[in-house]
Write a protein that binds this ligand. Sequence first.
Ligand code: AHG
Ligand code: MN
Ligand code: MN
Length: 315
Amino acid sequence: MGKEPGSTKFQTDFRRHLREQNISGNLVHLLCEIAEASKYVINAVRTGDLGVAGTSNLYGEEQLALDVLSDRILRKRLMYSGVVCNIASEEMDEIFQVTSNPLGMFSVAYDPLDGSSLVDVNLAVGTIVGIYQGDNLLQPGRNMVGAMYILYGPRVSMVYSVGKGVYEFTMNHLMEFTLTREKVQMKPSGDIYSPGGLRKNYTPENEAYIRYLENKGSKLRYSGGFVPDINQILMKGKGIFMYPALTDSPNGKLRLLFELNPMAYLIEQAGGAATNGCMPILDMTPEGLDQRAPIYIGCKEDVAKATEFLNGVCA
Ligand code: AHG
Ligand code: MN
Ligand code: MN
């Protein structure tokens, strides 16, 4: 953070901040490599072609060219980082093994460009990353050693935690990330709600919860981008995001490994909570790379209230 208002001289850059966190040099290196990769992703987002690449991913969804490009940028960077053994990406069908020797290495699960279809309409998008020690990617998110997201909005910001609080860095005119918020904290409850999915497909329990939020005067804030929607709640320190089970998709839409776990880690680190309605997101053991789950994430009391409304009816 700038020690003198308006001064760029005393800004704390990401690497220097990480070195002060008392974490392994390999983890510092990995986090800095991801931050570096994001500079190429934002360049692709700003200047890359729009439109469809003509391929499809694991979920049979159309992949935009920018998805493919962002995936490649991150994968290459991680492959040559020297500290990564396994990689899982929302855009890859299988785990990509960099080395079979996990000693001192990390495994990384990421969504290279979440909300990629929003680029066409010039809304904010982001990269989401979860980091595990060793080679096992199919373990509860609680075992992560770090998580981060990079938000490509009017400004580029990066929010990360290695279990020592949540920090926000913002990209300056030299494309360096400098510290802008320290030890981000959530309030116990809030007045923002961000509901995903078609409301006509909500279950009666979820419909009742939404009515409760509306009646208590919560403001609707939903952009359709998971990263900006979570960022708003985290940085304002209040509110709840939900993507519930729907009548036609009982596990909701969002993916445990690539989207839910990293966000749940960051929100819990900031004093908030994240549940699938029955258990904390971070305690779920993933059964596969493509596992989805409903999510209620944000202020502790708002998440507890959602659980109350669900009354044990989970996916
Ligand atoms: P992706 O672009 O990686 O497939 O994910 C999009 C996600 C997420 O950003 C957002 O929260 C959600 O889809 C929005 O879904 P709905 O349009 O169904 O609300
Ligand atoms: Mn996504
Ligand atoms: Mn994506």
